[in-house]
Design a protein around this ligand. Structure first.
Ligand code: PLP
Length: 445
């Protein structure tokens, strides 16, 4: 096999995830190291990391505390099975998550990604209703533009058509409308309109009947769909309707978990209690793959009290790498840092700078909406009629040249800078993005 050379021009073997590989081959982008809020290319070009990797490294790259924790763990216990055996860090981490989580989500299952967390949560919801003697409650309700990863459960409940259309049969799932409304364009923070959109649940229930529905699963704020923020009362309304109709409410907090909105969880921000909460990404600051599913005592107790002998496996589910010791060590170190007094206040302070800086791009060519909440935001672009992804892709490529890594998804440019940015970094990121937008607009006339 050819040795890796940083300037290699042949990219023959690596099939990139969620990428136009054809396009990548024309414009390959590579980073070879990272430090703090920056990535560096093999030839030394410095890039602001404007999305904290993929929304997952809020504490910055090369975090010394996390590195030290992983090293220590490596010297003690590098791997342990999670089936019938466990280890102290897994218990410590589960206790910490239960303590940090909103309300009484006291029981924690570990997995290795947000996608696994989503599918684990959906299986748990079905298992719960079966244990309660109501196996017909098996269908799910998600939301248009929702993203819950790429496994079969996640793409079924997820509401991004492009992620499911080539895969055939999915699970029985129905979808609420997304919460983007034209009248909310350029809202700062929470939009005013849209609480009524939760009532669309009633129309689905009228046809499907609550007796067949296991759970509603939504992100408190749709991240990958383009930072689409519901109005203040929307999730409260959804919670009330789920209660009225005996339906579980699952929050996918893979992006909103651990401070992104300025509160520890999105559930705290909206003051709404889910029955199940999924998280991943910032749980380990992106350093080790890990996800977690937090469930209420009602769900746990119901599964534990199923009839059966003492050898019954109450929830036959888990992964070789569930509660991996190195991931647990990384998570404990990350959460300790995220819990430092003042950290979330700092996020809230930076969020004000972020809000001002991102909204300064209003009025630039192609910009049709700007949204922000906490340290997350998106710039929505008009679509090219023939090649819908063209503008966002080309502007992201120009940003790269100007020293900012910007992710595009659909016609949105998304931003979620690290919590360890200075206000000046945030202003600089958007100044460069503004330049890229203007330069690009000139090229297309
Ligand atoms: N859920 C949400 C809300 C996400 O944003 C993501 C990833 O972006 C996932 C699930 C899937 O996570 P992973 O890519 O770790 O499988």
């Amino acid at each position: 096999m050819a040795a890796f050379h940083p300037n290699r021009q042949s990219f023959s073997s690596h099939w990139l995830a969620f990428t136009s590989n054809r396009r990548f081959h024309q414009q390959p982008k590579m980073v070879s190291h990272a430090e703090g809020i920056y990535y560096y290319t093999p030839d030394g070009h410095q890039l602001y990391d404007s999305l904290s990797g993929l929304w997952c490294t809020p504490l910055g790259h090369g975090n010394k505390g996390i590195a030290a924790a992983i090293n220590t763990q490596m010297g003690q216990l590098d791997y342990a099975p999670a089936f019938n055996v466990s280890h102290p860090q897994a218990f410590e981490l589960a206790d910490k998550l239960a303590e940090m989580a909103p309300g009484a989500l006291n029981h924690v299952l570990f997995c290795n990604s947000g996608s696994e967390a989503a599918d684990t949560a959906l299986k748990l919801a079905r298992a719960y209703w079966r244990a309660k003697g109501r196996p017909e409650k098996s269908k799910f309700i998600g939301r248009s533009k929702g993203y819950h990863g790429v496994n079969f459960g996640g793409i079924s409940v997820g509401g991004i058509g492009g992620n499911r259309k080539i895969y055939g049969q999915t699970l029985d799932a129905y979808h609420l409308p997304h919460t983007w409304l034209p009248e909310n364009r350029f809202s700062k923070g929470l939009p005013e309109q849209g609480e009524h959109l939760a009532d669309a649940l009633l129309a689905i229930l009228e046809v499907q009947d609550p007796s067949n529905i296991a759970a509603v699963m939504v992100e408190p704020m749709a991240g990958s769909g383009g930072v689409i923020i519901p109005s203040a009362g929307y999730l409260k309304r959804l919670r009330a309707l789920c209660d009225q109709h005996d339906i579980l409410l699952i929050f996918d907090e893979v992006i909103t978990g651990f401070g992104r909105m300025g509160t520890m969880f999105g559930a705290d921000y909206f003051d709404v209690q889910p029955d199940i909460l999924t998280c991943a990404k910032a749980l380990t600051n992106g350093v080790m793959p890990m996800g977690a599913v937090l469930a209420s005592s009602e769900i746990y107790d119901c599964l534990m009290n199923q009839p059966g002998d003492d050898y019954l496996i109450e929830f036959p589910h888990g992964y070789t790498y569930s509660a991996h010791p190195l991931a647990c060590a990384a998570a404990l170190a990350s959460l300790n840092q995220l819990q430092q007094p003042g950290l979330l206040n700092n996020v809230a302070d930076l969020a004000k700078v972020f809000e001002q800086a991102i909204h300064e791009l209003k009025g630039l060519p192609l910009v049709e909406d700007i949204r922000n909440i906490g340290l997350a935001g998106a710039i929505q672009l008009t679509m090219d009629a023939k090649q819908p992804l063209r503008h966002a892709s080309e502007i992201s490529a120009l940003c790269w040249k100007k020293g900012v890594y910007v992710r595009f998804g659909g016609n949105n440019l998304s931003f979620a800078p690290p919590f360890v940015c200075e206000p000046e970094d945030i202003r600089e990121i958007f100044a460069r993005v503004a330049e890229a937008l203007s330069d690009y607009a000139r090229t297309i006339g």
